[in-house]
Design a binder for this molecule. Structure first.
Ligand code: SF4
Length: 73
């Protein structure tokens, strides 16, 4: 099973920081006025941040690094 992580649409992001506040894993931070997934390995993929975003700029996606690990495993 491929691990799910959060994808942030920077075009929609207004930098409010609500997703970072909602993230219990401290995986998201605001850099240059935009939300960033700073620590992909901290993201549990459960999506606590998703309903916090007023811009609907967050969604889950498969982790690329997990996919690469599967290819080379
Ligand atoms: S909650 Fe949405 S708009 Fe606010 S910083 Fe996070 S991604 Fe950007």
């Amino acid at each position: 099973m491929v691990r799910q992580i959060i994808h942030i649409d920077e075009e929609k992001c207004n930098g409010c920081g609500l997703c970072a506040n909602a993230c219990k894993e401290a995986a998201i931070g605001i850099v240059g006025g935009k939300a960033k997934l700073l620590r992909e390995d901290f993201c549990d993929g459960l999506g606590n941040c998703l309903p916090a975003c007023p811009m609907k700029g967050l969604r889950r996606r498969p982790s690329a690094t997990a996919s690469l690990r599967r290819i080379h495993a």
